[in-house]
Write a protein that binds this ligand. Structure first.
Ligand code: ACM
Ligand code: ZN
Length: 554
C-alpha cells in the first residue's frame, strides 16, 4: 500500500531523476568557426554513451582514420571510449554514429552533420570534409567526464570560405621539438585550418637535415649564444640549437596529412641564410668567415648568386626538400634580402652583365638579379611539379604570375599582386602577426615583437580588399597568421600568442563576411576555451574579458 511517506519518496526520486536528466550535459553546435546552418529537427536528443559505435565505410583507410580520431577526441574530452567498426550498411539507425562520403555535398572540404534521436551521420564529399565535420561534433561536446551527453536533433552544415587556411611557425629563431610541432598541428586541426607554413631555415639556425650537406645542421644548426631581449648589448653565451632529422620530418608530414593539413616548407633565400653560410662560407659573396647569428634583424650577408656553385647548392637542397614534403608548394622566402654584397661582388656583377640586366625605374639591376635567381629556382621546381610561394618582395623583382605571393608588409601588396594576376595569401603584419602583442598594455605581457594585434582586430580582418574587381577576387586564396619566434622561447609562450587569436582567425577563414559577428563570437569563445583548458594549453585569458586594449594605459 502506498503510504504518504512512500508517495513522498517516489516523488522525490522521480524529481531527482528528472533533474538529473535535465542536467545531463548537452552538446552545443554553436562552435568556432560557426557552422553556416544549424537547424533543429523534431525529436528527442541523441544519447551519446559508451555504447555508441563509430561506423565507417569498409575498405576506406582515410575514413577508418577519421573514425579512430573521432573516438580519440571523444575519449580525451569525456572519458567515454567509443569503438569503431567498418560497415557496408551506411545508414545505421541503432544509436550509432556513421561517417559517410556523400558526392552530392557542394565543396571538397564542406561537411554535413545530421543528428537524429537514433543515429548521427557526419558526411563530406571527401574524407577531409568529414574530418571538419567531426571537429564540429568534437567542439560541440562539453569538456569533462561524462557517461551520457545529449545531442539535440539537428541538421548542421558548413563550408570554408577560403581554401588556404594557414598558420606559420618559425622553428629557426627558437627550435621546437617534434611533440610541440605535433601539438601545434592538433591545435590547427581543432580550428579547421589546413596549411602549416613551416619556417625551417634562417640566420639563427638551419633546422632541416640535408643529407648532401651535413654541415648545414652540424654547424648551421647551432649558435654560440642568444642576445637578451630586443638586441640588448647582452648575449647569454649559451650554445643553442637543434634540427629535425629527415625521419622526424616525414613523421610530422604524415601526422599533419592524417589531419588534412599540408605542410609548406620554407627555405628562405637568398637572404636569411647565415645558418647555411656559417656551414659553407664559399656560398657567400665575401667567403666569410660567418657565424650563425645570435641576434635579431636583417644581415647584409646573403647567398652569392654569381657563383654556379650556389645555384647547385640551392637545387640540391630543394631536391631533398621536395622529396620530404609532398605538397604542391615550396616557400622560397625572398624577403629582407639586402643587395649591398651583390653591389660589391665581382661574380654577382659579372652575372648581371652576362644576363644584360639593367636598372629600370625604381628597380636596381640587383633587384632584377634577385628576380632572375628566383625565376631560376621557380623553373627548377616547376620541372618537379612544384610551385613557389614567396614574400611580397618578389613583386619588386619581375617574377612571373605562377609565383604565389604572401602579403606581409600590409594588405596593399596582396591587392597589387592579385591585380597583376598572382595568387595571394594574406598575412599582413597588422593584424596577422601573432608574435605581436595582443594589447597595448604590454607591461604585463610576455616579451613580444612589438605592435598590437588585438583579438577584435584579428576578427575584423577582411582578406579581400573592398575595391578588388570581381574578376580578381579568386586570386585571394586565403589568410594565415605568422608566428616568428625571436622572443618566443617555449611552447606555452607559443600557445599564449596564438590562443585565442586563432579562434578569431578561424572565423575569418571559414565564415562569409555577412555572417561574422564579434559579440556573438565572444559569447561562443568560453566553450572553446574550456577545450583549451581541458587539453592543458596556455591561452591569454584576459582576451576573454577585456575589450579596450588598444588604448594606452594612462
Ligand atoms: C617577414 O616577416 N620578414 C616575412
Ligand atoms: Zn656574389
Amino acid at each position: 500500500m502506498m503510504t504518504a511517506r512512500h508517495l513522498f519518496t517516489s516523488l522525490a526520486m522521480a524529481l531527482i531523476a528528472i533533474t538529473a536528466m535535465a542536467q545531463a550535459p548537452k552538446a552545443d553546435y554553436r562552435v568556432i568557426p560557426l557552422p553556416d546552418a544549424i537547424n533543429g529537427i523534431k525529436g528527442a536528443d541523441f544519447k551519446l554513451t559508451e555504447r555508441c559505435i563509430v561506423n565507417y565505410p569498409t575498405g576506406n583507410r582515410d575514413m577508418e582514420r577519421n573514425a579512430m580520431l573521432l573516438s580519440q577526441y571523444v575519449e580525451e574530452l569525456t572519458g567515454m571510449h567509443l569503438s569503431t567498426r567498418p560497415t557496408l550498411n551506411t545508414k545505421d539507425r541503432t544509436g550509432n554514429i556513421s561517417l559517410l562520403i556523400d558526392p552530392k555535398i557542394d565543396g571538397d572540404e564542406a561537411y554535413s552533420i545530421t543528428v537524429m534521436p537514433n543515429g548521427v551521420e557526419v558526411s563530406g564529399k571527401t574524407p577531409a570534409g568529414v574530418f571538419h565535420g567531426l571537429q564540429v561534433l568534437r567542439k560541440s561536446l562539453p569538456a569533462g567526464e561524462a557517461t551520457t551527453i545529449g545531442l539535440p536533433a539537428a541538421q548542421i552544415a558548413g563550408k570554408p570560405r577560403f581554401g588556404y587556411r594557414g598558420m606559420h611557425l618559425d622553428c629557426s629563431r627558437h627550435f621546437f621539438g617534434v611533440e610541440t610541432v605535433k601539438r601545434y598541428i592538433d591545435i590547427m586541426a581543432l580550428h579547421g585550418m589546413n596549411r602549416l607554413h613551416w619556417h625551417l631555415t634562417d640566420d639563427q639556425g638551419w633546422r632541416v637535415e640535408i643529407k648532401k650537406y651535413p654541415r648545414l645542421t652540424e654547424v648551421g644548426g647551432w649558435r654560440n649564444g642568444t642576445v637578451l631581449g630586443h638586441n640588448s648589448p647582452v648575449n647569454d653565451g649559451i650554445r643553442y640549437g637543434g634540427y629535425y632529422t629527415q625521419e622526424q620530418i616525414r613523421d610530422i608530414v604524415r601526422y599533419a596529412a592524417d589531419r588534412y593539413i599540408t605542410i609548406i616548407p620554407e627555405i628562405d633565400m637568398p637572404g636569411h641564410m647565415l645558418g647555411a653560410l656559417a656551414a659553407y662560407p664559399e656560398l657567400g659573396c665575401t667567403g666569410g668567415p660567418y657565424e650563425v647569428w645570435g641576434q635579431w634583424g636583417v644581415t647584409d650577408d646573403i647567398l652569392c648568386v654569381g657563383k654556379d656553385q650556389t645555384l647547385q647548392f640551392v637545387k640540391d637542397v630543394l631536391d631533398e626538400v621536395s622529396q620530404l614534403f609532398p605538397g604542391e608548394h615550396v616557400h622560397i622566402g625572398g624577403d629582407e634580402s639586402p643587395r649591398v654584397r651583390w653591389e660589391q661582388c665581382p661574380l654577382c656583377q659579372q652575372r648581371i652583365r652576362q644576363l644584360g640586366l639593367q636598372a629600370k625605374g625604381k628597380q636596381s639591376a640587383e633587384a632584377l638579379l634577385q628576380g632572375w635567381f628566383t625565376t631560376h629556382v621557380q623553373h627548377y621546381l616547376a620541372d618537379k611539379g612544384k610551385r613557389i610561394i614567396g614574400w611580397d618582395e618578389l613583386l619588386g623583382c619581375d617574377v612571373d604570375t605562377t609565383a604565389t605571393i604572401m602579403s606581409w608588409r600590409g594588405a596593399e601588396p596582396g591587392a597589387k599582386g592579385a591585380m597583376t594576376g598572382h595568387d595571394v595569401i594574406m598575412t599582413p603584419v597588422g593584424p596577422l602577426y601573432f608574435d605581436y602583442y595582443q594589447t597595448s598594455n604590454t607591461w604585463n605581457e610576455p616579451p613580444a615583437f612589438g605592435g598590437c594585434n588585438t583579438l577584435k582586430k584579428v576578427y575584423d580582418f577582411e582578406p579581400v580588399a573592398a575595391d578588388l574587381p570581381a574578376d580578381k577576387r579568386h586570386h585571394i586564396l586565403g589568410a594565415q597568421a605568422n608566428v616568428w619566434t625571436e622572443y618566443i622561447t617555449c611552447e606555452p609562450q607559443i600557445q599564449y600568442q596564438i590562443l585565442p587569436r586563432m579562434a578569431a582567425l578561424a572565423e575569418v577563414q571559414w565564415i562569409q563576411p555577412q555572417n561574422k559577428d564579434y559579440q556573438d563570437f565572444k559569447s561562443r569563445l568560453p566553450h572553446l576555451v574550456d577545450i583549451y583548458k581541458h587539453y592543458g594549453w596556455t591561452y591569454r585569458a584576459k582576451s576573454l574579458v577585456l575589450e579596450d586594449e588598444e588604448k594606452p594605459e594612462s
